[in-house]
Design a protein around this ligand. Structure first.
Ligand code: ATP
Length: 357
């Protein structure tokens, strides 16, 4: 199937997405618009790029709601993305992440809310916005017989960067003459990334960035995204790969059931939602670890101890071991990660349950 968006755009039409909507978005909240753009010209027809995007906000969403039939999948959502940030949407399946980024791109029309993306209303100004966006969406497709270099030529505009360099960056140089049908899943994914970045977009939207990629290809894509950051691009990505979010994102937004549960730097989310550490080591005989500062729990098995506590407890347990002159050779520390934080947010999972899985 040919992409339904013109080649001058950089979107590969997702199979499951509605075509970009052309109607003017009906916003139910002038109050919110005023809040974002206090100047009264905000909705008065002046060119959107002249408006007071004085802050470095690239995306501003206020009160976004979207339902499919009776079902509300995004519920009064507020979200900001600043210039040069890599922001990750993470969370449960069906949380509304893809719907949110589709609304941000003008691929879906919100039921309510005010959205500004690069100074544009994504619905009303879809045509103007599209060349400034680079999107790699879930379930994209290209015609089976289209070769890699032909796809690049088809999508390139006058702003395109050197396609050979991009193909090289994403490990596709050797496949430039291959037809789309002959590419592996990972190669297709990388080709969509190339197309998303081809025309030097100001905002890059990546949905399930590394789904289906092998570990080496995944790392390659991470490096490419990190390079985008160095080049000053702004990236909004949707991912279930929490190590990816932790490695790449300046800020993550955790969602469930159309709501934001928490947001901040990965380190902030971990601190707030998984501020614990586990220390394990071989130990026989009496001990006093339970009395150490920060220790919450000590679980003993024959010849072995597991100490749960806050992060500072690691230092106190280690100091106690050193003082005792019996530093066990198998001393191991487990630190919480973003996955632990998200599990806690989504399910209230206790850290002791997590480390015993
Ligand atoms: P996932 O992580 O599983 O990809 P998500 O957070 O991206 O999920 P969405 O794809 O936005 O969530 O979907 C939110 C909910 O809306 C899901 O329950 C999904 O089944 C439903 N949904 C999505 N698109 C449509 C549609 N076109 N028609 C009806 N329901 C839809």
């Amino acid at each position: 199937m040919l992409p339904t968006t013109p080649p001058s755009t950089i979107m590969c039409t997702p199979l499951h997405s509605a075509a970009p909507v052309a109607e003017v978005m009906v916003c139910d909240s002038r109050r919110v618009e005023d809040e974002i753009y206090p100047r009264s010209d905000a909705a008065a027809g002046c060119p959107a790029n002249d408006r007071s995007m004085t802050s470095s906000l690239i995306v501003t969403v206020r009160g976004l709601s979207k339902s499919y039939g009776e079902r509300v999948v995004v519920d009064s959502l507020d979200l900001d993305v600043r210039a040069g940030e890599i922001v990750g949407l993470i969370g449960a399946n069906g949380a509304g992440k893809t719907t949110t980024v589709e609304c941000i791109q003008g691929l879906r029309r919100p039921d309510a809310g005010v959205l500004r993306v690069l100074g544009c209303d994504p619905t009303r100004d879809a045509e103007r916005l599209r060349p400034m966006l680079g999107s790699q969406l879930q379930d994209s497709a290209l015609p089976d017989r289209l070769r890699v270099h032909e796809a690049v030529a088809l999508f390139a505009t006058e702003r395109a960067c050197d396609p050979a360099d991009l193909l090289e960056r994403f490990g596709l140089s050797a496949r430039r003459n291959s037809a789309f049908a002959g590419l592996s899943g990972g190669e297709r994914q990388r080709l969509f990334l190339v197309l998303a970045l081809l025309n030097r977009p100001q905002l890059v939207i990546l949905d399930e960035l590394t789904q289906g990629l092998d570990p080496a290809a995944r790392r390659g894509v991470w490096r490419a995204v990190a390079r985008l950051r160095e080049e000053g691009a702004t990236v909004l990505l949707v991912t279930h790969e929490l190590d990816e979010a932790e490695a790449l994102c300046d800020r993550v937004i955790a969602m469930r059931d159309g709501h934001i549960l928490d947001q901040g730097t990965p380190a902030d989310l971990i601190d707030r939602n998984a501020g614990w550490a586990t220390t394990r080591f071989s130990w026989d005989g009496p001990h006093n670890f339970r009395a150490l500062p920060g220790v919450r729990d000590v679980v003993g098995e024959p010849g072995r101890l597991t100490v749960h506590g806050n992060r500072q407890s690691i230092a106190h347990v280690s100091a106690e071991l050193a003082r005792s002159g019996r530093v066990p050779p198998d001393l191991a520390v487990e630190m919480p990660n973003l996955e632990a934080a998200l599990l806690h947010l989504l399910e209230g999972t206790d850290h002791r349950e997590m480390v015993t899985i």
